[in-house]
Ligand binder design. Sequence first.
Ligand code: HAM
Length: 427
Amino acid sequence: MIKVPRGTQDILPEQSFKWQTVESIIRDTCNVYQYKEIRTPIFEHTELFTRGVGDTTDIVQKEMYTFQDRGERSLTLRPEGTASTVRAYVEHKLFGLPDQPVKLYYMGPMFRYERQQAGRYRQFVQFGIEAIGSADSAVDAEVIALAMDVYKKAGLKNLKLVLNSLGDTESRTAHKEALVAHFSPRIDEFCGDCQKRLEKNPLRILDCKKDRDHELMGTAPKLTDYLNEESASYFERVKAYLDALDIPYELDPNLVRGLDYYNHTAFEIMSTASGFGAITTLAGGGRYNGLVEDLGGPSSPGIGFAMSIERLLLALEAEGVTLEDSSASDAYVIALGDSPKLEAMRIVKNLRDEGISAEMDYADRKLKAQMKSADRKKAKFVLILGEDELSNQTIQIKEMATGEQKLVGLSETVSYMQQKMNKEESR
Ligand code: HAM
C-alpha cells in the first residue's frame, strides 16, 4: 500500500471543516487590520533562500527541498514565506506605492526536511503577514496584535508572548565580537557546525540543538546588554505600544530566532496549555530592516510573523476548544418508494437552487436507517416523503433540534424551509 510521505498528512472532511473555520477567522482578521493577500509560487530560485533566509541557518543547510528542473535550474520548495513576499515587493516595485507600509498576508504550504514529531511536519501550512516599508515601532505592535487576535478569536486562552530585541547592525557587531571572545577559547568542545558558525555567524551557536547544554551557553553575552542607544529606545517604544494595547509579554534575551534576516524586534507566541506537546511555539516573527536591500530593492524596513495552522489546531485540541461544523446539511430528504424518490430529487434540487444545503439517500434504505444517517450528518431538518404523502401532495418536515414535525404542502416545501432557515432577508 502506498502511504503519504513522512511528515505530510491528508486532511479528511472530519478535520477540514476545522481548517476552513480557522482560515476564515484569519481572513476576517486580516481584513479588519487591512492586510491584503499575496500569493507567490510554491517554488522559487534556490538563491532567494540562501540569500534571504541565510546560508548558515538550519533551514538552508539541512532542511530545504532543492531540485534541478529539466532546464538545470536549481529550484527550492519554499521553506517560509518572507523571502518570497519581499522578492515580490521588490520585483513589482511595491516600494513605489504611495502608502507604506504595504501590508500583505499569505496562507499556504511550506516545506522543510525536518525530523517528524508532534507539531513538526515536512509540509505544513503557514499563515503569515508582512508589513514592508515602515520603521515605525507602532507597526511592530500592530503585527503582534494581529497574531494574538487570531489566536483569541479561534478560542485559545493559554498564550504567552515572548519578546526580545536583536538591535541594529552596530549593536549586533558589538555583540558578535563578545560572542567570539566568549566561545573561541573552548570552541573545540562544540560540534562541527558550531565551529563553522563561530566565524560566519556566532549568534547561531546559541540556537544549536546539539550543544544546548554546554556550560558556556548559559553564560554567553546577551544581546540586550549590547544594544546601542537607538536600538534600546526603539525597543522601549515597541514595549510602550504593546502596553497601550494591553498585550502582556515576557522578555527573553535568549530568543534569537532561526533565520538570519532579523534585527530589532523578535518575538514568539507560545502555548502554555498543559498537554500541548514538546514544541510549544505557535508563531514567530520579527523585524527585518535589511532584507529588501539584500534582495535588490531600495532600503525598506519590514516586519512580520508566521504561524502554522497545524499547531494552532493542536493548541485548540490541547485546550479542549471545539469548533462548530457549519457545513452540516440543512435538509436531509427521505424518500420511501420509487415515485417519492423522483419527487425527492426535484425537492433536493429546488432547495439547493435556493442555497439551502440538501441531500438524500442513494441506497433505498428503510426509514429508520435513513433517519440514523440524517442524525449522524447533523442535518437540521428531515423531510419525509412516502407514497401517502405524495398522493396527498404533502411532505413531513421535522426539525431535529426541537423534534417538532409538520405536514406541509409539497409546493410550499422550499418556501417553508426558507422561512424556517431565516434565509429570506439574506437574499
Ligand atoms: P519560523 O519561526 O521558521 O519563521 O516559522 C514560523 C512558524 O511556522 C513557527 O512558529 C511554526 O508555527 C511554523 N513552523 C515552522 N516549521 C514548521 C514545521 N516543520 N511544522 C509545522 N509548523 C512549522 C518563519 O518562517 C518566518 N518567515 C516568520 C516571519 C515572517 N518573520 C517575519 N515575517
